[in-house]
Design a protein. Structure first.
Length: 225
């Protein structure tokens, strides 16, 4: 059965979460969650990333954030369906079990949204595993005109570049399910690191601001489109 989150837009964005599906009851307000996975990748790195994003959402938007503390959930956990926005991060190998592949496919096909951030080193394994989740769909680069770059803050040139990595231009990729963008993958950008506490990487305020604004766009898009 398809999971849907009801959204009421008043002024900026006010979110009331409700669900029509078997499984756990959703949170009363938004709680950002992080995807746990195996394979040797450090899914847990950057512990301040989601709390800082949640705090920015509280301060800058009218999204009702229930807690700034992040949740951590595996793709085969029924609790996944409590969270409309899931963050995936890491440097190393991503490996999903068959049950996790099936769970993530069901979640994304039921209205959930995955933001995957290549923290430098997970690109090859992420592409391999997301192809298992959606073997009949490909990651496609989103044009700069896509609403995800304009729904709250305006990014006329698309994804901002926060960290140097290999010096390549940043790219934002997506996977669509029944016409809906359900996966957003940032490559050569590292929005996640830009969201961390200032002392974590020493990023200048302007770069951190770009990361915060882009991440807010991702959440707003996930909740309203």
């Amino acid at each position: 059965m398809r999971m849907r989150w009801a959204i009421v837009v008043l002024g900026l964005v006010t979110v009331a979460l409700s669900a029509w599906a078997a499984g756990p009851e959703p949170a009363n307000g938004l709680i950002l969650a992080r995807l746990k996975y195996g394979g040797g990748g450090d899914w847990y790195q950057g512990p301040s990333t989601m709390p800082n994003l949640a705090q920015a959402l509280k301060e800058r938007t009218s999204v009702f954030v229930e807690s700034t503390k992040e949740a951590a959930v595996s793709a085969d956990d029924p609790e996944l369906f409590k969270y409309p926005f899931i963050f995936m991060d890491g440097h190393g190998n991503v490996r999903l079990t068959d049950a996790e592949v099936a769970g993530l496919r069901q979640y994304l096909s039921s209205g959930g949204f995955l933001f995957a951030n290549d923290d430098y080193g997970m690109d090859q394994s992420f592409r391999r595993e997301i192809a298992r989740v959606f073997p009949d769909r490909k990651l496609v680069e989103l044009p700069f005109s896509h609403p995800i770059y304009h729904c709250f803050y305006d990014f006329p040139h698309g994804l901002p570049k926060i960290h140097e990595h290999d010096g390549k231009p940043p790219q934002g990729f997506g996977i669509f399910d029944q016409g809906r963008l359900c996966v957003y993958y940032d490559y050569e950008a590292d929005i996640g690191d830009g969201l961390e506490d200032p002392e974590a990487h020493g990023d200048p305020p302007a770069k951190r601001e770009e990361a915060i604004r882009m991440a807010i766009n991702l959440v707003i898009y996930a909740m309203t489109y």
